[in-house]
Design a protein around this ligand. Structure first.
Ligand code: SF4
Length: 364
């Protein structure tokens, strides 16, 4: 008899199967996981193959590298081409193709592009090299925005003139509402992101349950966390009710992290934001408040207008909205592989296409 965690997982899977009406057609309960770390965990653990056929797990726009728009990538490439700056970026971003180049290509042409593991690397470099203009690509959701805010406040306090951010920070809850309003997408429940929710708490999702009657469960990242979360979702779904529950309660509190949230509020304000393959979504991003605007690299380093284009044939936009599964893109595992990625969803370690390629290709 299976014991411990394995036994617990088997029990939850059996409970899930028992709780679903057997007359339902396959793939008719659509549950979107909004976080790239969840997508990877689901693919890596093989959960999809263990779940009842009626459950359809859809990957959403939760990978920060993947949702960064092509026009932002093109602007960053324009900066490194046109200005003598040192650019710091997280690793995955360097390989994302822009319209006619990538940061990796520009680096190979001699531009000063450096991979960092923390924004502090960029900040420290700027302090030690006051004659060099330094730009850090600030990507991510509410999880990473507080650290960016800390650095901006420090740069302001220390009157550091050569540190700048190219800001692409985005917000999760308003983006979820826009997905619900999109008639092409059919979402029955959200598996909400654990890391983002550690900052914002559960309250910002309440409108999804109240206004749209869509269950939300904030989940941890272990396979057993995800299974428990799905069980909680079905508990709501089967009763026709919707609420916001926290499965990941060892980390996430309803009120979130007020200190981190206050930092975001102090340094940033909500603004429209361009999302890869989706377009300009109202009030789904963050922009620096006027007081800190001098740190904004996009303003300080304008580039000539670029007619940004998605890579031909790439369906990242539809993949990010959950309309298509990665293997439904004609380029998947053919022209587009992790070694030769066409779009960011295949580049990023949290991208849906990379997850399916690495862990689920043989099962499709
Ligand atoms: Fe884009 Fe490649 Fe994914 Fe197709 S498989 S959507 S080309 S990243």
């Amino acid at each position: 008899m299976a014991t411990g965690r394995t036994g617990w997982m088997k029990k939850i899977i059996n409970d899930l199967k028992k709780s679903i009406d057997k007359n339902r057609p396959p793939n008719t309960i659509n549950i979107m996981e909004v976080c790239g770390t969840h997508t990877m965990a689901i693919s890596r653990s093989g959960l999809r193959q263990l779940l009842p056929d009626e459950l359809n797990l859809i990957s959403g726009p939760g990978c920060p590298v993947c949702v960064t728009s092509n026009r932002d990538i093109d602007h960053i490439i324009g900066i490194i081409r046109d200005y003598p700056v040192t650019l710091f970026t997280f690793g995955d971003m360097i390989r994302v193709p822009g319209t006619d180049s990538s940061l990796q290509l520009e680096k190979s042409r001699g531009k000063d592009v450096r991979i960092c593991y923390s924004p502090m690397d960029a900040f420290d470099y700027a302090k030690k090299n006051p004659d060099r203009e330094v730009v850090f690509i600030a990507i991510g959701f509410e999880t990473t925005a507080p650290l960016t805010a800390v650095l901006i406040k420090r740069a302001y306090g220390e009157d550091l003139k050569n540190f700048h951010i190219f800001n692409t920070h985005k917000l999760v809850p308003p983006a979820l509402e826009l997905l619900l309003l999109d008639k092409e997408i059919n979402i029955d429940a959200f598996l909400c992101p654990g890391h983002v929710s550690a900052i914002i708490g559960s309250i910002p999702y309440q409108f999804i349950a109240d206004k749209y009657n869509i269950p939300c469960v904030i989940s941890g990242f272990e396979p057993v966390d995800i299974l428990e979360s799905l069980d909680m979702i079905l508990g709501q779904y089967n009763k026709g009710r919707a609420s916001v529950q926290i499965q990941y309660d060892r980390v996430v509190k309803p009120e979130g992290n007020p200190t981190a949230a206050a930092l975001i509020e102090e340094v940033f304000e909500p603004a429209d934001s361009f999302w890869r393959g989706i377009g300009n979504l109202p009030l789904t991003g963050l922009k620096l408040r006027d007081r800190y605007m001098r740190f904004d690299a996009a303003v300080l380093f304008p580039v000539k207008t670029i007619d940004s284009k998605e890579p031909p044939g790439c369906k990242c936009g539809d993949v990010l909205k959950g309309i298509l599964k990665p293997f439904e893109c004609r380029l998947f595992a053919r022209a587009c592989t992790p070694e030769n990625p066409v779009g960011p969803c295949m580049v990023s370690s949290e991208g849906s296409c990379a997850a399916y390629y690495k862990y689920e290709r043989t099962k499709i």
